[in-house]
Design a protein around this ligand. Structure first.
Ligand code: NAD
Ligand code: UFG
Length: 334
């Protein structure tokens, strides 16, 4: 029996596959390579010395997806495949609703048809309405952009599927801010365009690709005025999927867990820690706030700890060092 990983050549998917293979799972990957490169497959093999199947397939293509379910004995699905840029989703909402929501509907229909009823789904802290951190799974929900809406809607769809037939086992994982890379430096976040996120921007400044970091506002109501987030190492996030998988393979349920460290760090904290960890200064300038940003967002991950036995193990130093190692070893990405 194999685990089907949609979006498996992407950033979080590739790290999760390494953990799955290391734990002895059989893995089948589906990805249309819309935001990832085929080269990652060789890197995963290099790290794990294990083999797996890869299908270059769009999850919207029902026939191709059915073929995969016909040819492989799938036990459960980890569903990462999604478009994920907030700004792009505001400009192209139809593309986001179609890819993320219709893609998930097609996937669930095919799963149902082949009697595969176990799914771990990638949700996001973006589904929370407010910034009353720490955020628990019961904090108020509400998204402010089409990308966030797709995550909220898919969460609801998956809850409804479970309500209609509780032979399903579904886990919704709400990631906070995944950063870092595998300790080998062989896989990481491949940012071809200008990165939207803080850590890949910092590593590109550090390597000389960009002149300076723009800090999006220093007038927030926080201890140093810059935004506070819950940065969590991608390998810890990856390991969270194995815990979630373990639970649903043994239990029918629809549960939701925050995956974060429970600690918030400001933009300036990250800059100082990056310099501390790598010895490289990050020139920066303060500019206007980025529309849509909240001041503070960090998790209460007690539930993941109590029910899944998961907690983050890597600290900010690990996150900075591993992000930097990936950048240095792969200055042009894969
Ligand atoms: P990513 O873009 O690196 O990976 C997503 C993968 O899905 C890509 O390889 C892409 O090619 C593939 N894909 C997209 N649409 C597809 C389709 N229709 N058919 C097949 N493959 C398709 O993103 P990531 O950072 O690894 O994120 C993984 C998941 O986690 C996403 O669902 C994302 O929304 C969610 N998430 C990410 C973050 C983050 O900060 N990285 C935070 C919260 C949630
Ligand atoms: N920031 C800068 N300069 C940059 C980039 C970011 O100052 O060049 C600041 C932001 O203003 C924010 C912090 O750094 O205060 C973190 O920003 P990121 O873009 O790295 O992360 P966000 O928390 O804004 O967004 C991330 C994902 C979203 C997801 C959200 C909630 O990118 O997709 O977490 O989970 F919706």
């Amino acid at each position: 029996m194999a685990i089907l990983v949609t979006g498996g050549t992407g950033y979080i998917g590739s790290h999760t596959i390494v953990e799955l293979l290391n734990e002895g799972y059989d893995v089948v990957i589906v990805d249309n390579l819309s935001n990832s490169k085929i080269e990652v497959l060789h890197k995963i093999k290099q790290i794990t010395k294990k083999d797996f199947k890869f299908y270059e397939v769009d999850i919207l293509c029902r026939e191709a997806l059915e073929e995969i379910f016909k040819k492989n004995s799938i036990e459960a699905v980890i569903h990462f495949a999604s478009l994920k840029s907030v700004g792009e989703s505001v400009a192209k909402p139809l593309m986001y609703y179609n890819n993320n929501i219709v893609g998930t509907l097609v996937l669930c229909e095919v799963m149902n048809r082949y009697n595969v009823k176990k799914m771990v789904f990638s949700s996001s802290a973006t589904v929370y309405k407010g910034s009353d951190s720490p955020l628990t799974e019961d904090s108020e929900l509400g998204a402010t952009n089409p990308y966030g809406n797709t995550k909220l809607m898919i969460e609801q769809i998956l809850r409804d599927i479970y309500m209609s037939n509780n032979s399903w086992g579904i886990t919704l994982l709400r990631y906070f801010n995944p950063v870092g890379a595998h300790e080998s430096g062989l896989i990481g976040e491949d940012s071809v365009d200008t990165p939207n996120n803080l850590m890949p921007y910092i590593t590109q400044v550090a390597i000389g690709k960009r002149k300076q970091l723009n800090i999006f506002g220093d007038d927030y109501n926080t201890y140093d005025g810059t935004g506070i987030r819950d940065y969590v190492h991608v390998v810890d996030i990856a390991k969270g999927h194995l815990k979630a998988l373990d639970e649903i393979l043994n239990k029918n349920q629809c549960e939701v867990y925050n995956l974060g460290t429970g600690k918030g760090y400001s933009v300036l904290d990250i800059i100082y820690q990056f310099t501390e960890s790598t010895g490289i200064d990050i020139p920066y300038t303060v500019c206007n706030r980025r529309p849509g940003d909240v001041a503070i967002c960090y998790a209460d991950s007690t539930s993941a700890y109590e029910k899944l036995g998961w907690k983050s193990e890597r600290n900010l130093d690990d996150m900075c060092r591993d992000s930097w190692k990936w950048q240095v070893l792969n200055p042009f990405g894969y």
